[in-house]
Write a protein that binds this ligand. Structure first.
Ligand code: F6R
Length: 263
């Protein structure tokens, strides 16, 4: 084990979540890329569930590097992204579709016909959600689902609520999410107030889950997710029930964990 990343385990009965605490964002990004790379290398036709946001950007850069170095081949890889703002045209530079092209797809040999991002511009958004759910199910879920986490514990755009929502659905974004995401827009009024998101069922169907988080502003959400009760008020807490989930986080994001012990 290297000193710049340490595995932690939960003493909580029944929790399978493995946590790798990395010294910094650079190490985190490399370790996360290595996990995704192992899935691509094991199955060149794998389906990757992907996330946007700032957390996985470094991981995507490392995956691009592995492609450029001739180590990874994405030509037969399929992707299914978590979410998209609604309404927003995919060509808008704030759309998640644009983000994925810019941060990954335009730099690797992926076939764009195999890339799937929810349609934030659909005339009938509920129908688009149904079709996206069918895509996930026809594919039998993803081989690995990459997740970031919101400061309020959201995964995808599954916001805190009284119940978990299973299928892909249209979401009313919370104030906390709109505020957090306004950093990418000129002004807060420009942030769309709705989104279309894969639901909890689609996420939990993944064979493996990888959650990446960095920074002190994620420490509360990480502690509640891993050490608190499983509740729809902290949507990521459902991951305690997934059989193969790895959190790769930095020291700041791990700073409020009480129960996790070095392996
Ligand atoms: C993005 C997504 C969101 C983000 C979360 C964290 O596709 O589904 O759940 O992962 O909001 O965002 P960052 O990484 O920007 O802090």
């Amino acid at each position: 084990m290297s000193a710049n990343a340490i595995w932690y385990v939960s003493p909580k009965k029944g929790s399978n979540v493995k946590v790798l605490v990395c010294k910094d964002y650079d190490i985190l990004s490399r370790r996360a890329a290595a996990l995704v790379a192992s899935v691509v290398a094991d199955d060149p036709k794998a389906t990757l569930g992907l996330a946007t946001g700032s957390s996985p950007v470094g991981m995507y850069q490392n995956l691009i590097k592995l492609y450029e170095d001739g180590i990874l081949d994405f030509s037969k890889i399929k992707t299914i992204n978590l979410d998209e703002y609604y309404p927003l045209d995919p060509s808008n530079d704030q759309s998640y579709h644009y983000f994925m092209n810019d941060n990954l797809f335009d730099h690797i040999n992926i076939d764009k016909n195999n890339v799937h991002v929810p349609d934030g511009n659909a005339a009938d958004i509920n129908k688009a959600a149904e079709e996206y759910e069918k895509l996930i199910n026809d594919n039998n879920g993803t081989d690995i689902q990459v997740l970031g986490i919101g400061q309020n514990g959201h995964i995808g755009f599954n916001e805190p609520a009284d119940t978990f929502v299973g299928p892909t659905h249209v979401v009313e974004l919370t104030e906390s999410t709109i505020k957090a995401n306004s950093r990418f827009f000129d002004k807060i009024e420009d942030v769309p107030t709705k989104a279309i998101s894969m639901g909890i069922a689609g996420i939990m169907k993944a064979k493996k889950v990888l959650l990446v988080a960095n920074g002190e502003n994620k420490a509360d959400a990480i502690a509640k997710t891993l050490e608190g009760p499983i509740t729809p008020h902290v949507p990521a807490s459902i991951l305690q029930l997934h059989p193969d989930v790895t959190f790769i986080i930095d020291e700041a994001a791990a700073s409020k964990l009480q129960e996790y012990r070095p392996e």
